[in-house]
Design a protein around this ligand. Structure first.
Ligand code: GCW
Length: 714
């Protein structure tokens, strides 16, 4: 009876609290899995203390209390059903068990059901304290997702070492390409004021295995390296540390001039090196476990070594040498491209390959060369970047978008887990069949690999729900899960997110999972079908909404017309041997397959080819008909998402239900806007009738007159 009353109380409290998304996927409400209640423990045995071990014990207690509607106590002796957590060093009980910890490295863990002094127990153990934190999150995830917690024998460890979220946060609190409010970092009140969200943020990162945060924009400001800021960074590092999240920075190449008063920033100048050395030492005095530097240089106007006649490897290696004695790492971005026509051999999509491949094998062993997932710039769909298959002696890392600059921003449902899977599973053929991007970045082919990693461009801001919308949380979640295991499946990661976020109701989680899986293909269809790209660039640089007519950027390759090349003779960008031949950067057989329209998948057709409007597609449609069909499919898929979600009314709390309903209504308008404005524009060149009685809702001039940043028209 007492139990029943307690249960009812907890359930009522759960129902009454506002579901505003702030809890993310760490919603510890009764999991709706009665069998679990019988098996999970009421006692946590935690011997030894450290910030991470205490965080792990606290998290486990919070999780069990919430999920199982119980009161868990923390003890230091085992009893029946207890959960024993710790490392061999922290816990004599853990040390007394023969656990397969050898395979779990510095961050992995073991979860094992066993007996201890005659008592049946579950052990969550690791070599280091942070592994215990990850093990606890993995255990709680099992309960949250309705998986059994009996008879466990799990060993798990991350397959990439560096798993950072890259925040494009400016020091004035704004976020470049951020759609979830302002920066979480309140620079002015640091270090004395420790906003609780700093720790909450790091906890969420840890729950999906993210172990670093790059705190400032890649378009950086030297001030972050000033002594005043280093104190602030140290305060943040303190708040993150229990959760295993290291602080990283983007140094501005010209800081020795901007802050140090030197007259050069030449990386080979001893004075410049000396300045950086002192700075690095100052950082490590304040933050002994500082992660390292992530660097954008000589790209889009950001200064770099080439300004002093030095190379990318000169720049990267200067930092790498200075960080090395402290265990620090350099992530050097390959997102570099020059002015159009200057030295271009291929088009802009060929620039990273042209500029970076000469440096293969020239970077220090604490450098990761970080390339965006595709060769251009975070478009909803791109082929994988050919650089991944062209750097056999370099430790490569993928940079993924988590923020949705080109994929619906704060509003549209677009699950990027699908992109992460597609890219990681892409076969580069660089080392024979099966040379997937996942295999390359985990070091399968490069014997010299001592370092692996990935970076995701963060979508986190100070919005109550962290990411601007509920569904955008899934991308933060998926980035972490794929960083932990690049061979993850988008569907199963998505399903975990759905269950953790909305519960295990069989009428809800599968519907949400299905929505996730349909969402990115839908967005691609209504926004950039058949391999088109950059149809959303406008003169305010907002990247939301269709602006296919835009051709007045300061550089042609910063406009839309340059990319789609719609004209009387057809549409698409010719990267085949008859055009820019950028396809030659891919290994056989892709180079040959993608070099010809007949053997190029529809998804990438207009990425690699410029084709006549009457080109006959595999479907039997002409290109003009197929283009329309894709736009229509995109719109109807959004309608399907709306219907799926509407069916969850009453099964999902009202607040989150209403919020997502509104997102979908706007997404539908956005999809119609893209379809109608782009087809109204393209028909001028196609000069062929629309099919099936379709007509864009408004004339082209209406769309052209809309101000950038307009809400999608009704
Ligand atoms: O996609 C472009 C963005 C820029 C960004 C740049 C980069 C931070 O429009 O806002 O700059 O990529 O990745 O460096």
């Amino acid at each position: 009876m007492r139990l029943l009353i307690a249960l009812l109380f907890v359930m009522a409290a759960g129902a009454a609290r506002a579901e505003d998304g702030h809890d993310l996927w760490l919603r510890y409400v009764p999991a709706g899995a009665p069998a679990q209640t019988k098996t999970a423990a009421r006692t946590i045995v935690a011997q030894g203390h450290s910030p991470s071990l205490d965080a792990a014990a606290g998290e486990l207690r919070r999780g069990l209390d919430g999920l199982l509607a119980q009161t868990t106590r923390i003890a230091d002796t085992a009893r029946d059903g207890a959960i024993v957590i710790g490392t061999a060093a922290s816990s004599p009980l853990v040390a007394s068990l023969k656990l397969p910890l050898a395979k779990t490295g510095a961050e992995g863990f073991v979860i094992k059901t066993t007996r201890l002094n005659g008592h049946p127990v579950t052990v969550i153990a690791a070599n280091r304290d942070i592994g215990v934190v990850y093990g606890v999150f993995a255990y709680l995830r099992r309960i949250q997702t309705g998986k059994p917690v009996t008879d466990l024998n799990i060993t798990d460890a991350p397959r990439l070492m560096v798993r950072v979220l890259d925040h494009w946060d400016n020091l004035d609190g704004s976020i470049e390409r951020g759609y979830a409010g302002a920066s979480l970092w309140r620079w002015q009140s640091l270090p004395p004021v420790r906003d609780p969200r700093y720790g909450e943020y790091a906890r969420a990162d840890a729950s999906v295995g993210i172990n670093g945060a790059v705190l400032n924009n890649v378009n950086s400001n030297s001030q972050i390296l000033s002594s005043a800021y280093i104190e602030k960074l140290a305060a943040l590092a303190d708040e993150f540390r229990p959760w295993g999240v290291k602080v990283w920075l983007v140094p501005r190449f010209t800081a020795p001039k901007d802050l140090g008063g030197l007259n050069t920033a030449d990386p080979l100048d001893p004075k410049v090196r000396g300045w950086w050395q002192a700075k690095v030492e100052e950082i490590y005095r304040a933050i002994p476990d500082f992660g390292g530097f992530l660097i954008k240089a000589n790209s889009e106007g950001v200064p770099g070594p080439q300004d002093y006649g030095r190379s990318h490897s000169d720049g990267a290696n200067m930092y790498a040498d200075l960080l090395k004695p402290h265990g620090g790492i350099v992530m050097y971005r390959a997102f570099v491209y020059d002015d159009p026509g200057k030295d271009w051999k291929w088009d802009r999509a060929g620039e990273a390959y042209r500029i970076i491949t000469p440096f293969d094998g020239k970077f220090r062993d604490n450098v990761l060369v970080q390339e965006k997932e595709g060769p251009l710039d975070f478009q909803a769909r791109e082929p994988f970047a050919p650089l991944f298959g062209a750097m056999p002696h370099t430790q490569m890392a993928v940079e993924f978008p988590v923020t949705k600059e080109y994929t619906g921003q704060g509003n549209d449902v677009a699950y990027l887990g699908s992109m992460y899977e597609e890219i990681y599973q892409s076969d580069t053929h660089a080392y024979g069949e099966g040379s997937t991007v996942a295999n390359i970045v985990t070091g399968k082919y490069n014997r010299a690999t001592v370092l692996t990693g990935t970076a995701g461009v963060s979508n986190v801001g100070n919005d109550r729900n962290w990411t601007g919308s509920i569904f955008n949380q899934a991308n933060w979640y998926a980035f972490g899960r794929f960083a932990w295991d690049p061979d993850s499946s988008a569907r199963s990661v998505g399903e975990d997110w759905a269950r953790q976020t909305f519960g295990n109701d069989p009428a809800v989680a599968p519907v949400v999972t299905d929505m996730l899986m349909r969402s990115l293909p839908a967005l691609i269809d209504y926004q950039q079908p058949l391999g088109l790209a950059f149809l959303d660039v406008d003169d305010r640089n907002t990247h939301y909404g269709p602006w296919p007519w835009y051709d007045s950027a300061v550089r042609a390759d910063w406009g839309d017309v340059y990319y789609h090349r719609a004209a009387a003779d057809g549409i698409g960008f010719d990267r085949s041997p008859t055009g820019y031949n950028t396809v030659a950067q891919y290994h056989a057989p892709l180079r040959q397959l993608w070099g010809k329209p007949e053997t190029t998948p529809d998804e990438l057709l207009l990425w690699f080819h410029h084709l006549p409007w009457d080109y006959r597609m595999k479907s039997g449609n002409t290109l003009w008909e197929e283009l329309q069909a894709r736009y229509h499919r995109g719109v109807s898929e959004v309608e399907a998402l709306q219907r799926s979600w509407a069916g969850l009314k009453g099964k999902v709390d009202d607040a989150r239900f209403d919020a997502v309903t509104q997102n979908l209504a706007m997404q539908h308008r956005n999809a119609v806007w893209f379809r109608d404005a782009e087809l109204a524009y393209f028909v001028q060149f196609a000069k062929r009738p629309f099919t099936g009685g379709y007509k864009p809702k408004y004339p082209l001039d209406y769309y052209k007159a809309l101000p950038p940043n307009a809400a999608p028209p009704d």
